[in-house]
Design a protein around this ligand. Structure first.
Ligand code: AP5
Ligand code: MG
Ligand code: ZN
Length: 214
């Protein structure tokens, strides 16, 4: 199963992706997570990506496309993949379609998770992430059992550098301008499903399972 998660920042793509990957046994590939790992390790890619991420801008298309295509050649992608945060521009989507076609492959489903703006801002400002394993929490909605400590691995919990009010506003604007046209793009392709992301975590997940089949 080849899946793409679409939706504004803070919609819950990463949160749902963890559950989808587990249930359908496909790797969760988040371009944002890959960039953050590179930033943390201080690689050349990380240094380049950070210039854009810190402002809430998109990393240049060709850099992202190469990264994803590289990742998809790894063994764990043989039975499918779950992309989170890619494609994010029409250009990325077109290039990706060409790539898949060459491999005699295609996207089975694009899950468009939609949430209204006020909730998105609250979710991002309150988000906390484990430094070690990447597990995601929220100070109000999903706090860890012990403050500041990850339930999964005991790692330290931090706030993402791009989760400040100023950067969040720009990320929402960038989504509207550069990513939301993808809804139309995949509407035309006929493989998109719309998911209401405003409900509780399990409710959103049930909607996704209904679309994908149990
Ligand atoms: P990326 O990491 O992809 O960030 P994003 O798209 O802005 O999305 P988020 O990770 O902020 O939100 P999410 O939908 O995953 O929400 P989450 O599950 O965490 O990208 C970061 C940057 O990298 C970009 O700005 C760009 O610079 C660069 N980049 C990445 N990909 C790129 C690409 N393809 N091209 C160019 N540049 C790229 O949930 C949010 C919060 O809400 C959490 O606290 C969670 O606990 C809570 N929550 C989730 N679901 C619920 C629920 N149902 N009820 C209550 N709370 C909930
Ligand atoms: Mg995410
Ligand atoms: Zn952890």
């Amino acid at each position: 199963m080849n899946l793409v998660l679409l939706g504004p920042p803070g919609a819950g793509k990463g949160t749902q992706a963890t559950k989808i990957a587990e249930k359908y046994n496909i790797p969760h590939i988040s371009t944002g997570d890959i960039f953050r790992k590179n930033v943390k390790e201080g690689t050349p890619l990380g240094k380049k990506a950070q210039e854009y991420m810190s402002k809430g801008e998109l990393v240049p298309d060709d850099l992202v496309i190469e990264l994803v295509e590289d990742r998809l050649t790894e063994d764990d992608c043989k039975g499918g993949f779950l992309l989170d945060g890619f494609p994010r521009t029409v250009y990325q989507a077109e290039k990706f379609d060409v790539y898949l076609k060459e491999k005699n492959s295609a996207i089975d489903k694009v899950l468009d998770i939609d949430v209204e703006k006020d909730i998105l801002i609250d979710r991002m400002i309150g988000r906390r992430v484990c430094k070690n394993c990447g597990a995601t929490y929220h100070v109000k909605n999903m706090p860890p059992k012990k403050e500041g400590i990850c339930d999964v691995c005991g790692g330290e919990i931090y706030q993402r550098a791009d989760d400040t009010l100023e950067t969040v506003s720009n990320r929402l604007q960038v989504y509207l301008e550069q990513t939301s046209p993808l809804i139309d793009y995949y509407e035309k392709a006929g493989n998109i499903a719309h998911i209401n992301g405003a409900g509780a975590l399990d409710k959103v997940f049930s909607e996704i399972v209904e679309v994908l089949g149990a």
